[in-house]
Write a protein that binds this ligand. Structure first.
Ligand code: HMG
Ligand code: MG
Length: 327
């Protein structure tokens, strides 16, 4: 991809739905959401998690989701894996559903996650940062040995709900460990959604002293309305992968008050006509006048944002989605 390409990772089906309070979401709805996103041109989508259902009940049906999905070759359907049990459950699923020349594997990617503060990892993973890294290392090794690629996450890269402003060198050190373990990319999470653009810039400047921008992604929640501004801050630093969720779905169960990720529609709209194209298309450029330079189809994303918001009985958090509907 050219340096002017921004790659989208659609996290709505995982980060979005994991915190949904409107009752357990059916496998059918999750599958339909993912399939619609892929039809709209998304090629990297988080399909669910192999975490404890006691901790995150909404992600309990992830095996069923992976089995029911129509799998498009070349699309990465990533799943979050917190520990060795999560990986072994996933590997058993893959072993009982082998791929063939006519059917791609159920997934080729996992994500592992930790944070820049131990207060946060205690809440999210029931251990300290150092302990979480110790648990993740063999998971990364085994996943890679089995041919899976591994993405890493660092949460609370600017603000921690328990410790306040986080020191950027901690973010740098944890991200570095994840890359050294074998993650192909590390996504830097403003979990709380409270970071301001100048704070994101300061954090990135520190992280980039030791790590290459090509191996980093930006993951901004939008609690304080700075999500798009933070994306536009990160991209000129060379960050070329952005996580977002359609309709701004979501929140974080361990970050009180945090709202969803920055909306995918809003990210695409903000980057259009800026010289960047938002990649993730297997259908080619849309002929629609509204989708402009982005190769993920904005118009379809807007429809999906409305469809899922109505389905869940929640407000559509995408500003672009609301503006388009009001036209
Ligand atoms: P624990 O209680 O310390 O785990 O939790 P344990 O090893 O003591 O096991 C307790 C029970 O959980 C046992 O069952 C295990 O079998 C079961 P029991 O004997 O009581 O019946 N268990 C599992 N079940 C299914 N899948 C598993 C699994 N592991 C254990 N993988 C644990 C530790 C890691 C399990 C727990 O803390 C957990 O599941 N945490 C995940 C929390 C989570 O999913 N958070 C949201 C994702 S991260 C995020 O949203 C941030 C991100 O978006 C970036 C950002 O915004 O910053 C990525
Ligand atoms: Mg998140």
């Amino acid at each position: 991809p050219s340096s002017q390409t921004v790659n989208l990772v659609e996290v709505g089906p995982r980060d979005g739905l994991q915190n949904e309070k409107s009752g357990i979401i059916s496998v059918e709805t999750k599958v339909e959401l993912i399939e619609r996103l892929v039809r709209a041109g998304v090629t990297n989508v988080e399909a669910g998690s192999f975490v404890s259902p006691k901790w995150v009940p909404q992600m309990a049906g992830t095996s069923e989701v992976l089995k029911s999905l129509y799998h498009v070759p070349s699309v990465h359907y990533a799943v979050l894996v917190p520990n060795a049990k999560g990986l072994s459950d996933l590997l058993s699923l893959l072993a009982s559903n082998p791929s063939s020349p006519s059917s791609p594997p159920l997934t080729d990617e996992i994500s592992v996650f930790t944070a820049a503060t131990s207060s946060f990892t205690r809440a999210n993973l029931n251990c300290t940062v150092a302990e979480s890294l110790q648990k993740i290392a063999p998971v990364v090794r085994e996943a890679r040995d089995r041919g899976l690629r591994v993405r890493g996450y660092v949460s609370v890269v600017v603000y921690c709900p328990f410790e306040g402003r986080v020191e950027s060198r901690k973010v740098r050190d944890v991200a570095k460990e994840l890359l050294e373990m074998g993650c192909y990319e590390v996504s830097l999470g403003d979990t709380v959604g409270q970071a301001r653009p100048h704070e994101v810039a300061e954090m990135l400047e520190e992280v980039l002293t030791e790590l290459p921008a090509e191996k980093l992604a930006g993951h901004f929640h939008d609690t304080y309305g700075t999500g798009v501004a933070n994306v536009l801050t990160a991209v000129p630093y060379g960050i070329r992968t952005i996580d977002a969720s359609v309709g701004g779905l979501g929140g974080c169960p361990y970050s009180p008050g945090a709202t969803g990720n920055v909306a995918t529609e809003d990210v695409i709209y903000a980057l259009q006509e800026s010289g960047y194209r938002v990649a993730g298309s297997w259908t080619g450029d849309s002929s629609s006048d509204f989708s402009g330079r982005g190769t993920v189809d904005l118009e379809q994303l807007v429809d999906i944002g409305w469809w899922i918001s109505e389905k869940l009985g929640r407000q559509n958090a995408s500003r672009v989605g609301r503006a388009v509907k009001a036209r």
